[in-house]
Write a protein that binds this ligand. Structure first.
Ligand code: PAF
Length: 282
């Protein structure tokens, strides 16, 4: 596996592959990889001739007071995970490589979409995500890019950006990977104490409850969201940021659960903010 720190090196490797007629998949990550990331790499390796992963903790998607400084990092371990799952090249740039001195250009979706759900408490988050993903797309020029469905709003925002900016890139959404007890994998799970780890199960229990309500014929979004919220509120270590049912593409609130609707939540367990979701009918 090649480790590249500069955009120039990535470009020249990708150019060689493209000259040979090979397809390229990109898996953007912020490192501290877990089985969820591994599943993205495996999927990319199954669908593309060559796989590029980026490991970059992107400063512009963290707001003031968020965990940019303490975000977990372990590049050596990340490389081992990437290599074993079929990654061909890891792009591990320094901040100055992606944000050169004086960088002042951002990519921002100006509709209400990035202001919903996580955008309410993280107002600059999706601008940072779009900006860095756009840079990565320009450097790697992948045929396909792979993102997890756990970050459902991020996936919707990136699909929007790709359409709006006419990128010729297929965006592949990949299923949430869970621990055996249901907790959705996240690099931030490492922040949880044993007691919080137990309490965090309330998110996947709420997902299961919402799915069960729908399976039993309940389509009133308000009622389902209320039942999920009540379940979460019974956990003393949990504090709800939001539980919402939204259109799976626009992220705007809906009143009825129909196939494709996203039921998403963000919940603080202690000081750790965790997200989880399900898509109706999937
Ligand atoms: O999902 C993530 O890890 C990040 O938001 C991403 C897509 C790598 C952009 O920094």
């Amino acid at each position: 596996m090649i480790i590249a720190e500069t955009a120039a090196e990535v470009r020249s490797r990708v150019a060689e592959w493209k000259k040979e007629g090979l397809t390229v998949g990109l898996v953007p990550t912020m490192g501290y990889l877990h089985e969820g990331h591994a599943s993205l790499i495996t999927r990319a390796a199954g669908m593309c001739d060559r796989v590029v992963a980026s490991v970059f903790v992107n400063p512009t998607q963290f707001g003031p007071g968020e965990d940019l400084e303490t975000y977990p990092r372990d590049f050596e371990r990340d490389c081992a995970v990437l290599e074993v799952h079929g990654c061909d090249l890891v792009f591990h740039p320094d901040v100055s490589e992606l944000y050169p001195e004086g960088a002042a250009t951002f990519v921002e979706i100006l509709s209400d979409m990035p202001k919903q759900l996580c955008g309410k408490t993280r107002p600059i988050h999706f601008r940072g995500v779009c900006t860095v993903v756009c840079k990565l797309f320009n450097i790697v020029t992948p045929d396909r890019a792979f993102f997890g469905q756990k970050d459902a709003q991020q996936l919707a925002v990136i699909r929007r950006m790709v359409r709006d900016l006419c990128f010729d890139i297929e965006i592949v959404g990949c299923p949430i990977v869970r621990e055996s007890d249901g907790l959705a994998l996240s690099s931030r799970n490492v922040y949880l104490s044993p007691e919080e780890r137990r309490a965090a199960l309330v998110l996947s229990r709420a997902v299961d409850l919402g799915k069960r309500f729908y399976a039993e014929g309940e389509t009133d979004a308000g009622r389902v969201v209320r039942a999920m919220s009540e379940l979460i509120s019974r956990e003393p270590l949990a504090k709800i940021d939001y539980v919402s049912a939204v259109d799976g593409e626009t992220m705007m609130p809906v009143e009825e659960l129909t196939p494709g609707v996203l039921v998403a939540m963000a919940v603080y367990i202690g000081t750790t903010r965790l997200i989880d979701n399900f898509t109706v009918g999937e």
